[in-house]
Structures are given as C-alpha cells and as structure tokens.
Design a protein around this ligand. Sequence first.
Ligand code: KIV
Length: 291
Amino acid sequence: MGKKRITASTLQDMKDRNEKITMLTAYDYPTARLLDEAEIDCILVGDSLGNVILGYDNTLPVNMGEMLHHTRAVTRGVDHSLVIADMPFLAHKTGHGKAIRNAGRFIQEAEAEAVKVEGGSESLEPIEEIVDSGIPVMGHLGLTPQRILQFGGYRIQGKTPEKAKKILEDALKLEEVGVFSVVLESIPQELGKIITERLEIPTIGIGAGPHCDGQVLVLHDILGLSEISPKFVKEYEDLGSSLKEAAKSFQNEVKKSEFPTSKHSYNLEKGKLEKLKKFIEKTLKSDLLVL
Ligand code: KIV
C-alpha cells in the first residue's frame, strides 16, 4: 500500500508531535511527480512561477489562468503530498464573492487541496470567506512579495518592535479566522520562534529561522536554476551548470557528426532490411515516387 495522503490536518498532527514539515515549490508534472516520490510533505504551486518559470521581474503579473494551468500539471503528478495553490496578486481582492470563486477554481478545476493567501489584517475578510466556504487556507506573513511595491524591494520584515508586534498580531488573527498554517518569510529568527510558540497551527518558514514548524524553499533556488539567490537559500545541487554542460555536449557532438550513432538509430533485422532496400530501389527507379 502507498503512503497516506497528506492533508491540512496531517500538518497539525505533525506540529503536535514535533515533527518538522517540508514544503517545496513545483510548477509542472515531472517535477511534482519527483517531489511526491521524494515524500515532500507539501507542494506549493507558488506565484514565484512568475520569477522562476515565466521570466517576469516579480510575481505581480501572474494571473489566475497561468496559476490554474500550472496547478493542473502539478496535481496530475501527485499521489501523496498536499498540493497548495497560491492565490495570485489581487485574486482575493477583486470584489464580493470573487475570493471564494477564485479559490474554488483551484479546487474544482485544478484539483488543488488548499490555497495560500498573502497578507494579514488587511486580507482577513476574504481569507475568512474562503475558510468558511470549506477551502483550507494557508496564510503568508512577513515579506509578502505581492507587496513589493510598498516594501520597496525584497527586504527583511519585522525588524522593529512595532513591526514585529504587527506580524505577531496578524498571525494570531489568521489563526483565529481558521487558516491551517502560516508561511513566515524573511523575518528575524527570534520573531519566527515567538510566533511559532504562540500559534497552535504550524508555521512554515522561509528565511524565518530554524524554530518554525516547517521549512519551504523555491525549488529552482535549491537546484541552482535561479538568477538570484537570497541569503536564506541553501543550494543543494547545481543543475544550472549540469544543464549547460549537457547542452554544450549535444551541440559539439551534432556539429562533429558524432551523434546520433547506430546505437541511437532504428536498425531493422536483416530480412526486413533487405525487403526495404529492394522496395526503395524499385521505387526510386520507377515513376511512382512523386515529389
Ligand atoms: O510563491 C512562492 O513560491 C512562495 C514561497 C516563497 C513561500 O510564496
């Protein structure tokens, strides 16, 4: 029997028994399949899609159509991990009922099992609506990239007592309206620790220190496929260099006619080969071959 499917309540059980939670991003079928086989607990179809896959400068241009397209590809590859889809910029802010409609599309059209929504007190109402409609919601506080224009760049958040207090209060409010977990991004590790201790629900950190209940990173960052790499990223592989090397080898071998060899070509058995040769000769000689 395969491993049991992870759900939002599995994450709560993990926090309760002090077991760390893992989350990585994925945006396509083959990567999602491999992460699922590696038994990563949660797969986030992040709107980091904009930066690492679509080549945008930030996550702001990412739209529902793009997110749904990639979420569908991811869920096709997953049997065990919890798939969470990111609500893109403004998707929960576009008027009455739209937050539920957009969150619902991830569940009904793309088979995600939860959505992630950026923001604290200013996003509380739509988050509560989505939770009330029966869709599990993961919160996201600290450096929320959809506010980059207001933050003036990717800067560490919660450095002053007032700002740290606001993030803690927002985390408590999110818990109160029923989110099942909160991502904490780019905050001092001490703040990550306090929030993790004060909340009953699990915290998932990205640049929020080792005390969070779980850790998330963008897959392309840990594989050496990103153009920039923040301080909190650990590069586990340099697939960027491997990919370039493979492409260069292919280029050289084709240019020098070293690829393909007979090994990579279709070879017929002797009998069939003779028949085919005869047929080709006959066809070439006759007028049957009309070019
Ligand atoms: O979009 C994303 O990948 C995220 C993670 C960085 C948490 O929100």
